[in-house]
Design a binder for this molecule. Structure first.
Ligand code: BG6
Length: 478
């Protein structure tokens, strides 16, 4: 279904995120017929380009970064017809009148701030001054949204001077992932799971986001952030919220975000003994974490595992184990809900111990499986075995499910539709920092240093011990 015609301005329109993610996502939505002919995309940046040069840059970016195969040949040319460029100075006056003159009346207007957060205030103020911040305008901002509670508050304040909360779309791209949305569909669209979704039946929950890549060319940013700020405060926290939250009364932005906020506010402080931090050691290609971040004394982490508790009626007593890291064995993100064993085995001790595990695979190979205990075939008595009820979406739903849309496709179209459900509200981000800050402050006070782990492994040995200590174990990263 096409969305209403829009003017979308991308500040930082020549930058990495625009080229890798935003423009290819818009292109794919164009291919699938979601963009009306009148819709316009305007790249805005400091460098001096004319329209033709920028269109060429966009075409090159799409050729390089578009992964979908469903777009027909010739569509790139048609797509770039909708593209304009304006040279603006975020901190000066240049270009703003021209940009204002390019806006069409009575159209959805969205401004994507794909720039350093230090420029958010300048952009918001100039949009306001040049008459582009009216009630119909929306702004989109990316992470990192601050590096602690104070800086996040300052960003919220600066945006709030010219925009209402209902106009601000804070992106966490994990919320745009198909399987992450599916998490809500599974929980609240089925009768089967919700009655069991609590500490009475769930032994523990594991959330793993494992990557094979290192910090790449983002060493400087990464050393200032570490996995805690880069991944846990946002992506893993959002996954935890969707798993743990109470059923919202409607699938609407504030109903969902209110419930997520309650989860964050109910998170316990994490004790040092419940965390393991790591840095990857030397790989075959000669790189190691300290070299990649260009800081031989770096105390930031490329891996973190932690045991988190939630103090509310539903979850008291059920630990949530989170882990994320770079240069691990495989790229595999999944959530595993591990149910308790049956209270009593009628088959005796030789039947072994079994439990149901619901695994939601976020990527790759998106899908779910549910380990169910059945009788091992054969005449050998009542031996039990666990088999997965496998639902790989691409197999169950056919070829359409194979071409999984990128998170940005969904999220950008939601901005145009004016649907904030999959975006973070200001108070949510602040609450997440309020939980994160004391953890990081504790490391700094104690002078904690991450341990080294082998690239291509499952992370530091100590992270395995974190589970063993509780008589549990991580699911294999594969
Ligand atoms: C980003 C982080 O937000 O998410 C990166 O800054 C990380 O460090 C990336 O690699 C992971 O995203 P995805 O979609 O590849 O799981």
């Amino acid at each position: 279904i096409p969305v209403d015609p829009f003017d979308l301005v991308i500040f930082g329109g020549t930058g990495d995120l625009a080229r890798r993610k935003i423009l290819p996502a818009l292109f794919r939505r164009f291919c699938s017929g979601q963009m009306e002919d009148e819709s316009r995309i305007i790249g805005a940046a400091r460098s001096d380009h004319d329209q033709a040069e920028y269109r060429q840059m966009v075409a090159d970016a799409i050729a390089e970064f578009n992964t979908s195969t469903t777009c027909e040949a010739g569509t790139i040319e048609a797509f770039v017809e909708r593209i304009d460029y304006v040279h603006v100075d975020a901190k000066g006056e240049e270009g703003w009148d021209k940009l204002a003159s390019m806006m069409h009346p009575n159209r959805v207007r969205a401004f994507y701030f794909s720039v350093a957060p230090s420029l958010f205030g300048d952009l918001a103020e100039r949009l306001h001054r040049h008459g582009m911040a009216d009630g119909e305008s929306r702004i989109v901002v990316e992470k990192p949204f601050g590096r602690d509670l104070d800086t996040a508050r300052a960003l919220n304040d600066v945006l709030a001077q010219h925009f209402d909360e209902s106009q601000i779309y804070r992106i966490d791209h994990y919320l745009g992932k198909e399987t992450v949305q599916n998490l809500m569909a599974v929980r609240f669209g089925n009768m089967l799971f919700e009655p069991l979704w609590n500490s009475q039946y769930v032994d523990h929950i594991q959330i793993t986001v494992a990557e094979t890549v290192g910090v790449g060319g983002r060493g400087e940013y990464y050393d200032r952030s570490g996995a805690m700020r880069d991944m846990v405060q946002n992506h893993l926290m959002q996954l935890l919220c969707l798993i743990a939250m109470e059923p919202p009364a409607q699938f609407d932005p504030d109903a969902v975000r209110d419930e997520k906020l309650k989860v964050i506010r109910a998170l316990n402080a994490v004790e040092p003994k419940d965390m393991v931090r790591g840095q990857y050691g030397r790989s075959e290609d000669g790189s190691d974490y300290l070299k990649d971040v260009e800081n031989p004394r770096a105390s930031s982490e490329s891996f973190i595992a932690m045991r988190v508790g939630i103090s509310n009626w539903r979850w008291a007593g059920t630990p949530f184990y989170l882990r994320t890291g770079k240069k691990l064995r495989a790229r595999a993100s999944e959530i595993a809900v591990v149910f308790k064993e049956t209270p009593h085995s009628i088959f005796g001790p030789e039947a072994g111990r079994h439990r149901n595990i619901l695994t939601i695979r976020l990527q790759p190979n998106e899908g779910m499986d549910l380990d169910v205990t059945i009788k091992e075939p054969g005449p050998g008595g009542m031996r039990l075995v666990d088999v997965p009820l496998d639902m790989t979406f691409a197999e169950a739903l056919g070829p359409e499910a194979e071409d999984v849309p990128d998170a940005y496709e969904r999220l950008i179209m939601d901005v145009i539709r004016g649907n904030q459900t999959l975006f973070m509200r200001g108070d949510e981000v602040e609450a997440a920092w309020a939980w994160t800050d004391p953890i990081i402050a504790g490391w700094e006070e104690r002078g904690d240093r991450p341990v080294t782990y082998e690239p291509g492994s499952s992370g530091p040995e100590d992270s395995l011990a974190l589970m063993h200590r509780d008589g549990r174990r991580w699911r294999e990263i594969k």
